[in-house]
Design a protein around this ligand. Structure first.
Ligand SMILES: *[C@@H]1O[C@H](CO)[C@@H](O)[C@H](O)[C@H]1NC(C)=O
Length: 316
């Protein structure tokens, strides 16, 4: 290992025609703007509305922050590459992308697990809910998620930055995807791959099993509720969370289900595009459109704002 690292990588992105390049640019730009708008509205609403100061919404606010960060680490660069056709990315830039993506996605899995626990307590032990999900518990859960996500991302980025690469390396992806970058390293990467596997188990499979267990208990409790109205009410408090879990786990899982083939890298890129440009948008949509609390908060905030601006205008 000589440890020499290239100044630049080249991101090959998608092999599309010049016409389609513009369509791709506009489409991604639109999605990126909507992701920023949707998530910032969610963050603003939750911070401005006292009725939404509950554990569920605090965690949702955390999720939105993560979404904004990881999407902003990837999509602006992708947009630049698409429109300028200059596919170079500096080595530190590449490591930074990798770090932010791993950090945010790892943290989101853990936050989704904390939210599942919150739903479990709310449905299965409603009387103890205020005691169990206290302010301290929530802050500790959120802090632990951020810290674990941060540490794993740090270890991964350091390991990749110490690996060696040939000069001017092509990366067949639209951002510095950890798996793809490791694949083109010229030094031995077995230890990084082993670590990656361990992290997938720790931050992917283990939280998934915890979420699954919570939902088994939730469903068992819901089945025992006598009135069908009560059943619907108990389950609908979980349905938004369940939808986001399925979206969040479905995409990477299906990526790992695809057998290795010459075309698997292309499918991988398309799935990654879904993951970085569509899933973060669905997150606020799922929570806001289907949720009376959020809609009510939106209405009260806009009412307040309009009344304020009308007052200001009439004073002039
Ligand atoms: C994240 O969640 C914690 C715990 O509920 C909360 O105290 C904190 O304000 C949230 N932070 C953000 C940025 O949403």
């Amino acid at each position: 290992m000589n440890g020499t690292n290239p100044k630049n990588f080249r991101l090959l992105s998608f092999p599309v025609s010049a016409d389609f390049q513009l369509v791709l640019f506009i489409g991604i730009l639109l999605l990126y703007s909507l992701i920023l708008l949707g998530n910032l509205v969610i963050i603003a609403l939750i911070s401005l509305t006292p009725q939404l100061r509950t554990p569920m919404y605090y965690f949702l606010c955390n999720l939105s922050v993560q979404d904004v960060v990881y999407v902003s680490a990837i999509l602006p660069k992708f947009l630049t590459i698409t429109i300028t056709k200059d596919s170079r990315i500096s080595f530190p830039g590449c490591i930074a992308q990798m770090f932010l993506f791993t950090f945010c996605v790892g943290t989101e899995f853990l936050l989704l697990t904390s939210m599942a626990y919150d739903r479990y307590v709310a449905v299965c032990a409603p009387l103890h809910y205020p005691n169990i999900m206290s302010r301290v518990t929530c802050v500790l859960l959120a802090l632990a998620s951020w810290l674990l996500g941060f540490l794993t991302a740090l270890v991964h980025s350091l390991m990749v930055s110490f690996a060696s690469f040939c000069s001017s390396q092509d990366i067949n992806h639209f951002y510095c995807d950890l798996k793809t970058v490791i694949g083109v390293a010229s030094s031995d990467t077995t230890h990084i791959k082993t670590l990656l596997f361990a992290v997938c188990v720790l931050l992917g499979l283990f939280p998934f099993l915890l979420i699954l267990t919570s939902y088994i208990f939730i469903i068992m409790t819901v089945i025992r509720i006598r009135s069908s109205e009560g059943k619907v009410k108990a389950f609908s408090s979980c349905s938004s969370h369940l939808t986001v879990v399925i979206l969040f786990y479905g995409t990477p899982l299906s990526s790992y289900m695809i057998p290795e083939s010459p075309h698997s890298q292309e499918k991988d890129k398309t799935l990654s595009l879904l993951y970085t440009a569509v899933v973060p948008l669905l997150n606020p949509l799922v929570y806001s459109l289907r949720n009376k609390d959020i809609l009510a908060a939106l209405k009260s905030v806009t009412d307040k704002y309009f009344r304020f601006s009308i007052n200001v205008m009439s004073r002039k």
